[in-house]
Ligand binder design. Sequence first.
Ligand SMILES: CC(C)(COP(=O)(O)OP(=O)(O)OC[C@H]1O[C@@H](n2cnc3c(N)ncnc32)[C@H](O)[C@@H]1O)[C@@H](O)C(=O)NCCC(=O)NCCS
Ligand SMILES: Nc1ncnc2c1ncn2[C@@H]1O[C@H](COP(=O)(O)OP(=O)(O)OP(=O)(O)O)[C@@H](O)[C@H]1O
Length: 396
Amino acid sequence: MIRVGLSGGIGAGKSTVATTFVERGGYHIDADKIAREVVEPGTPGLASLVEAFGDDILADDGALDRPALAAKAFRDEESRQKLNSITHPLVGARTQELLAAAPVGSVVVQDIPLLVEGNMAPFFHLVVIVGVDEELRVQRLTELRGMPEDDARARIRAQATDEQRRAVADVWLDNSGTPEELAAAAAELWDERLVPYEANVRSRTIVPGPLALVEPDPAWAQAGARVMNRLWAIVGDKASAIDHIGSTAVPGLVAKPTIDIQVTVAGLDIADGLADVLADGGFPRAPGIEGDNPKADPATGSVDRGDWGKRFHGSADPGRPVNVHLRVAGSPGARFAVDFRDWLRDDPAAREEYAGVKRTALTAADGDIDRYVAAKEPWFDQAYRRIAAWRTNRDS
Ligand SMILES: CC(C)(COP(=O)(O)OP(=O)(O)OC[C@H]1O[C@@H](n2cnc3c(N)ncnc32)[C@H](O)[C@@H]1O)[C@@H](O)C(=O)NCCC(=O)NCCS
Ligand SMILES: Nc1ncnc2c1ncn2[C@@H]1O[C@H](COP(=O)(O)OP(=O)(O)OP(=O)(O)O)[C@@H](O)[C@H]1O
């Protein structure tokens, strides 16, 4: 099972995407729909709303007069918070019930208008945001849905900004074209990414990233932050640190387009205990990788005899290659990963040198990842010594 969080500002067009996903077999959990169910006539939810906002939010038949409540609730922040504090726990509880009932193998599509506002992004395997410029949204809401313009704008003001949405979006679906274009993009996403992602999570299959060097992409930092937030949500207090490491964490450096993340734990037994939750969360374990090569000083031949053990996980998402290295706090491998990144960030000449080493290794590797890694290893050995000197200098 994978959980897909679907969101977007009011009027962005989530419904089109949700419909496409459901037509293709998605298990739909619709927060707006649940928000209506929990305030139906006779529910404790409706009674709480009346107590909070007065009985003039009721229509003649005793049901909720939605525009009347909207007029009161979106008037100011305090009123909206009051509304949220009544409805959101009820929506949350019902969501949990529906999630528990999702069949094995489901792609669960959770349609949540306030996903970003509620900091819920890390709890999904993938976050899909539908985006359209604010003015076009207001135009569609007023002209096509008959919503008063001040109501539309009041809700937009009460919601996250597009910048905040972009920061958590694994996928951004633009809806400034036709609904048919949006539906086609959603269908492709479903077929090419969501269905294989779910199958890979179930079979615990890693999708390796390409063995190719690409120009530095400023989007890697945010992609790394999203993966780190997701890993924190999975491993919780079992980790003492989670860091974006490797070349994608170094601005300006060519890299394999795979995000490397280090999860620091107290011991490898803790790492082993996390294997299943990580796999369920979209990061299956790679068998057979139990440690890094101990670094040897090429000048003296002396090897760092610390514990170089680690556990290694990849990504089941065909659209986002990730390496997750679980290393032990204070071990030389854990320290080296962070220092290496910081050294490269700090030293443009080292960065250039490493870029050259990678290009040579790529040619030598002839498409074989193990040969690529091995070809870089001698350079790492001598870099290890230089980094130790750099660290001493930095810390003195
Ligand atoms: C105030 C209510 C009765 C107005 O009903 P109405 O039929 O006009 O709107 P509807 O429920 O269809 O929501 C439409 C859109 O308004 C926006 N919206 C709704 N509630 C909120 C809120 N509390 N804060 C910000 N935006 C909101 C969302 O974009 C949503 O998709 C209703 O929105 C409500 O009960 N809201 C509280 C529950 C809630 O937060 N729902 C959103 C996700 S759980
Ligand atoms: N590409 C499009 N071109 C023109 N109109 C569109 C397009 N996509 C959606 N609409 C219309 O814009 C309005 C808002 O879209 P929709 O109801 O799907 O948004 P939503 O994101 O589900 O909104 P809400 O947050 O209210 O649930 C609707 O009237 C819809 O028919």
